[in-house]
Design a protein around this ligand. Structure first.
Ligand code: HEC
Ligand code: HEC
Length: 190
């Protein structure tokens, strides 16, 4: 290694070090320290990382991240798949078991991502919500979105359709600044 390359390598090392320090207290913008001590990409809830879940539970709608509901809600949903919001979403026993294990291990109370924590805090101990959209935290975040942009909007239809408006929903990111409601001005501009 010549002198110039050696200096460049040291500088790159120092930069990496500085950027890690400056991120170290950035919990409030969603970055979390992973087990290895490195930072995952900014995300509000952990992204889906189970292929069986993504396929089976992403067939009719957006594959909701496990961190959006408590374990008891996922259990109740998986116990009632033969009548799932009016649809039959039954699964073979082995797939159902794999999915339940994945959901339980990554449910809101088992996640340290900030939205999962807020979701847990807004659900009463005795309550078992069957929908993310009935959770108080999620409802209050959408009070300002008029019905004409949801039910009255052919490209959205339902608040359950997260990914229609949240452009990075599939990555577990729901920041206000990333919202684009189809057919409407950018959120916050009007
Ligand atoms: C056959 C189609 C179908 C499949 C497969 C399916 N769902 Fe659904 N799911 C629906 C419908 C229909 C609704 C109601 C949507 C609405 O009201 O807009 C729904 C709603 C939901 C909701 C509530 C969303 C909200 O409003 O907050 C959750 C959670 C959910 N499904 C989880 C699952 C899980 C977990 C699986 C996999 C085991 C699954 N779904 C598979 C059809 C399906
Ligand atoms: C019709 C479009 C639309 C749909 C569908 C929608 N959202 Fe939103 N969401 C918004 C808008 C707009 C905001 C910002 C609201 C505000 O500024 O008051 C928002 C805000 C949020 C926030 C708070 C963001 C922040 O920066 O604090 C979260 C979390 C969120 N949505 C999650 C969800 C989830 C989960 C779903 C699906 C179950 C969903 N949203 C479905 C439009 C939508």
């Amino acid at each position: 290694m010549n002198v110039r390359n050696a200096i460049l390598a040291i500088a790159a090392g120092a930069l990496t070090f500085v950027s890690q320090i400056s991120l170290s207290d950035s919990d409030h913008d969603g970055r979390k320290r992973s087990k290895g001590g490195m930072f995952e990409r900014s995300a509000d809830v952990a992204p889906v990382n189970n292929a069986t879940y993504a396929k089976e539970c992403g067939e009719c709608h957006f594959a909701y991240q496990p961190g959006l509901l408590p374990e008891r809600s996922w259990q109740k949903i998986l116990d009632g798949l033969s009548n799932h919001f009016g649809d039959n979403a039954e699964l073979a026993a082995d797939k159902r078991q794999e999915i339940m294990k994945y959901l339980a291990e990554n449910s809101a109370e088992h996640s340290s991502f900030r939205r999962s924590e807020k979701i847990m805090r807004s659900i009463e101990n005795k309550a078992t919500p069957m929908r993310i959209t009935e959770i108080r935290y999620i409802q209050t975040r959408h009070y300002e979105v008029p019905a004409r942009l949801i039910k009255g909007n052919d490209k959205v239809r339902s608040l359950s359709n997260c990914s229609a408006c949240h452009t990075r929903a599939d990555q577990g990111s729901y920041s206000e600044g990333e919202v684009k409601i189809p057919g409407a001005a950018r959120w916050g501009d009007d």
